[in-house]
Write a protein that binds this ligand. Structure first.
Ligand SMILES: Cc1cc2nc3c(=O)[nH]c(=O)nc-3n(C[C@H](O)[C@H](O)[C@H](O)COP(=O)(O)OP(=O)(O)OC[C@H]3O[C@@H](n4cnc5c(N)ncnc54)[C@H](O)[C@@H]3O)c2cc1C
Length: 375
């Protein structure tokens, strides 16, 4: 039987945000043909959302709360979607009470049963709780040095152990450091002022982005099964994991995975905000009712429970010295294959957790480099 050849000016592995953004820019601004090869049955990567059998829009791979560090990315995505406001409110369930999370002054007052008379009063109180640790390097030390042991034990410790399967002492401070700590009463999950959700969902936005006659999409196709039949005349973008690409030359990079359990209810709402965290109860970490942010008008609602797992799809890189050393070795190979016109980008390829706006910014930056090189 004749082998199928996957040929194009540009080959893109992965139809996630990075793959879609680059396909759009390369086809429209460089006038090159792109072929996107995607192993899943859909575009949008982990941002994928779809309607279930009751017509409720839900996020299949975990809740995606879109926010923008830079106006440039918001402007770029506005070419492909209208927006609705993104109000993401998360609470943490501790000793049968829901507290605002990230930790803010309301959380501290409720938890310690006190009332701050002024901001200074609050600062003095927090200072009295902090544990002195010079240069906190791990996730435990970071929280102890910022908020003290009571908050660490009740809000962070067990959540981190459940989420990562690793004690916070053995995790980089960047993990717990990702969540803000607030000296105000801001109840929203993210700090960014630009917070919007795509009005008709993420999938629709990315489908619109690649709806172009110069872009071909090949779904349900794993690159590694067809690698020898892939031909590009200009260059290739690879958004998958680096260890697999280089045949695990330096060993396997470790990832944390998640199992999602979805439950549909014939009710307007079950929760009073989009996300409840469960640091100390149950096997799941969080319960998400995405309808609070999609703002869909429907008489049904979907709850998703997240169960962390060490096997399964790669979701979060496990940032510790061992994995970073391994990735740094792969990084040298990644830099070398640029000579063969192969470029690695995205959260899998760079072995780094990026939010969607950050990864889109990186894709646009890479495009500017490619534009100079291949125009
Ligand atoms: C649980 C979770 C929650 C998140 N929440 C938020 C949030 O609230 N806000 C936010 O801004 N960001 C969030 N993110 C981050 C967001 O998902 C990423 O920033 C974004 O999806 C990265 O885009 P990407 O294109 O790099 O990778 P991905 O979205 O992972 O896309 C890569 C694509 O490549 C495909 N692929 C990989 N290998 C192959 C292969 N061998 N052959 C063919 N195809 C392949 C994959 O199937 C995938 O579709 C979250 C991530 C996770 C895991």
């Amino acid at each position: 039987m004749k082998k199928k050849i996957y040929a194009s000016d540009v080959i893109i592995i992965g139809a996630g945000p990075v793959g879609c953004v680059l396909a759009n820019k390369i086809s429209t601004e460089l006038g090159l043909n792109c072929l996107i090869i995607e192993q899943r049955k859909h575009v949008a990567g982990n941002c994928y959302d779809e309607k279930n059998n009751k017509g409720v829009l839900y996020h299949k791979y975990g809740p995606h709360y879109l926010r923008f560090k830079s106006k440039r990315i918001f402007k770029f995505l506005s070419n492909f979607t209208e927006w609705i406001p993104g109000d993401y409110i998360v609470q943490s369930y501790v000793d049968k009470i829901l507290y605002p999370f990230p930790i803010n002054l309301d959380t501290l007052e409720k938890f310690f049963n006190i009332k701050f008379k002024s901001k200074n009063d609050a600062i003095n109180f927090i200072n009295s709780k902090k544990i002195k640790i010079k240069n906190p390097k791990n996730s435990e030390d970071l929280i102890l040095s910022k908020l003290g042991s009571e908050i660490y034990e009740k809000f962070y410790k067990n959540y981190t152990i459940k989420q990562w399967g690793i004690h916070p002492r053995k995790l980089s401070s960047s993990i717990t450091g990702r969540v803000p700590i607030r000296l105000n009463r801001d109840p929203y999950y993210v700090n960014e002022k630009l917070k919007f959700m795509p009005k008709h969902g993420f999938t629709k936005m990315f489908e619109t982005m690649i709806n172009n006659k110069n872009i071909k999409l090949c779904l349900n196709t794993n690159f590694f099964k067809i690698r020898n039949n892939v031909k590009f005349s200009k260059f290739m973008i690879y958004t998958g994991t680096p260890d697999k690409f280089f045949n695990f030359k330096y060993g396997k990079l470790n990832w944390r995975s998640l199992n999602f359990k979805f439950e549909t209810y014939k009710k307007d709402f079950i929760q009073n905000s989009v996300q409840y965290n469960f640091p100390n109860d149950y096997n799941f970490t969080r319960k998400v009712e995405i309808k609070h942010v999609t703002k869909q008008k429907t008489s049904y609602t979907v709850i998703s429970k997240e169960y962390p797992n060490s096997k399964g799809d790669p979701y979060y890189p496990i940032i510790n010295d061992q994995n970073l050393n391994k990735f740094n070795k792969y990084k040298k190979l990644i830099d070398k294959v640029e000579n063969q016109n192969i470029f690695f980008e995205g959260r899998l390829a760079q072995y780094k957790y990026f939010n969607t706006d950050e990864v889109i910014e990186r894709a646009l930056d890479l495009f500017n480099i490619l534009k100079k090189k291949y125009k």
